[in-house]
Design a protein around this ligand. Structure first.
Ligand code: GLN
Length: 488
């Protein structure tokens, strides 16, 4: 029989409910596992063992003595370190926030706790979520459980690696330009970015607010649906959240997908896409075809401009969002009491790593008088046109499909010295952020032992449909069930 830590949240939920296992036993099983594998993976910045055991004990008591049985009762969850957790250090993987301890919880954390979820740690990420490899963390490099010489993807690399290595049951990431889907793809996990406004961003340390959403990284689609049941909903603290009716994402997973139409933009399969990746994606398409789905190759020409459009908008918003870290209002402060304030300010801001500084400078440039129209405003126009092109396709197709990433995971060190080459690898993921559309990544194959991800993009608010197609795919395949060869 599988160890407890290998199971899904959905499976554990009923075991906890039936009393086959206690929350405390589950926490101990996980921390034993973490002790064996974490020195190789380095997924966590902070581990909360004592806290988690105490919470589990309280919860076990509550489960015995009341009718409480929350959706996540007793389920361990790891949280990306850019999501605020009350009294728990939240660093954004930056020296700038090295000793930041938030006095409040993000709304998603409140929702998880209300359902009985147990937070076991904070995960490593690219500094301020800027990156595709998790190498820009101030603290450590996270290793891909499928091959320790490879990156786990980013920026939510710690969260994805933790789930993949069975060092947590569930994890939260955030996705501004692919940061949930890319590590899901690289670590053979399932991850979804929901339609913009579906999940509260209150307490998410902002990188680019008009693009990002918090979301689940899980072992399979069913766990993704389970966690979305907790996360999705209006939040008075985040005015950009939508008033969506309460949805049970688990309820519709089983519905038939026959007759659905899929569009495959040729721009998603263009130069730069590894042969093994396009092969795996086409195999997935043919499998879907055998379930009664039809497909056409289509073109969404502006996808070719999605990367520059995304980076101009993301960097511009970052330059504004990160202005507050000046050592006075927020962030690292050099120990110096005299001198010009602007010199001290400049020294404080050296606490940002090179990638964050690069983006603040480029973003400031794109927003400055004389360049604003040429860059920022133009990017906003492209954004609208791209959205129009997607919407036009959704008149004929239910789902747009392609790879999540054009390649399998990079080697550690391979990309970090060439930022432009790294930005280009976001070609398949950023369109969903620029347009606000929902997109899911699921495992669809391997090449040389490294995972490949399939991406499905839906029309606005069509998460249920994405989950349903992805669920059917996982019922008929076992890629998502494979375990990485890290031993224990
Ligand atoms: N790779 C993208 C970037 O560097 C994704 C970031 C994200 O989604 N947080 O900006």
């Amino acid at each position: 029989m599988a160890s407890f830590y290998e199971l899904t949240a959905y499976e554990l939920h009923s075991m906890l409910q039936n009393g086959d296992i206690t929350a405390e036993e589950l926490i101990y099983s996980l921390f034993d596992r973490i002790q064996k594998t974490e020195t190789k993976i380095k997924a966590y910045i902070t581990l909360l063992k004592e806290n988690a055991i105490n919470q589990a004990r309280l919860l076990d008591k509550k489960l015995r003595n009341s009718n409480f049985f929350g959706i996540l009762a007793g389920i361990p969850i790891a949280i990306k370190d850019n999501i605020c957790t009350k009294n728990i250090r939240t660093t954004c993987s930056s020296k700038m926030l090295d000793n930041y301890v938030p006095p409040y919880n993000a709304t998603v954390i409140e929702r998880i706790l209300a359902e009985g979820g147990i937070i076991i740690g904070k995960t490593n990420m690219d500094e301020f979520a800027m990156g595709t490899t998790t190498e820009s963390s101030y603290y450590q490099i996270t290793h891909n459980p499928w091959s320790l010489e490879h990156v786990p993807g980013g920026s939510s690399g710690g969260s994805a690696a933790a789930v993949a290595a069975d060092e947590t049951i569930l994890a939260l990431g955030s996705d501004t330009g692919g940061s949930i889907r890319c590590p899901a793809s690289f670590c053979n996990m399932t991850g979804i970015k929901v339609s913009y406004g579906s999940i509260s961003r209150y307490g998410l340390i902002s990188y680019a607010c008009s693009l990002e959403q918090i979301g689940p990284l899980t072992k399979d689609v069913r766990d993704c649906a389970l966690l979305l049941n907790v996360l999705v909903g209006r939040d008075p603290y985040d005015s950009t959240t939508l008033n969506r009716p309460k949805i049970d994402f688990l309820a519709t997973l089983d519905e038939d997908i026959k007759g659905l139409r899929i569009g495959i933009p040729k721009e998603f399969m263009g130069t730069g896409t590894a042969e093994a990746v396009s092969k795996a994606v086409w195999n997935a398409v043919h499998l879907l075809e055998s379930f009664g789905v039809t497909y056409d190759e289509i073109s969404i020409p502006l996808i070719d401009y999605a990367v520059p459009c995304y980076y101009i908008i993301a960097m511009s918003e970052a330059s504004s969002n990160l202005a507050r870290y000046d050592g006075i209002r927020y962030g690292y402060r050099v120990e110096k009491d005299e001198g010009e304030w602007n010199e001290i300010f400049a020294e404080d801001r050296l606490a940002f790593g090179p990638e964050v500084r690069r983006r603040i400078m480029l973003g400031t440039y794109a927003l400055s008088a004389g360049y604003y129209d040429m860059y920022y405003l133009k990017a906003l126009k492209v954004r609208t046109l791209l959205r129009n092109q997607f919407e036009a396709q959704f008149k004929s197709y239910d789902i747009i499909l392609g790879p999540t990433m054009p390649t399998t995971p990079f080697k550690i060190g391979e990309m970090i010295s060439d930022p432009l080459a790294m930005y280009r690898t976001d070609i398949d993921t950023v369109a969903a952020n620029v347009t606000g559309l929902p997109a899911i990544s699921i495992p669809c194959g391997f090449s040389d032992g490294l995972p490949i991800g399939l991406q499905l993009i839906g029309n606005s608010l069509q998460e249920e449909l994405l989950l349903r197609v992805a669920y059917k795919f996982q019922q008929e395949t076992d890629y998502h069930k494979k375990k990485p060869p890290i031993g224990g």
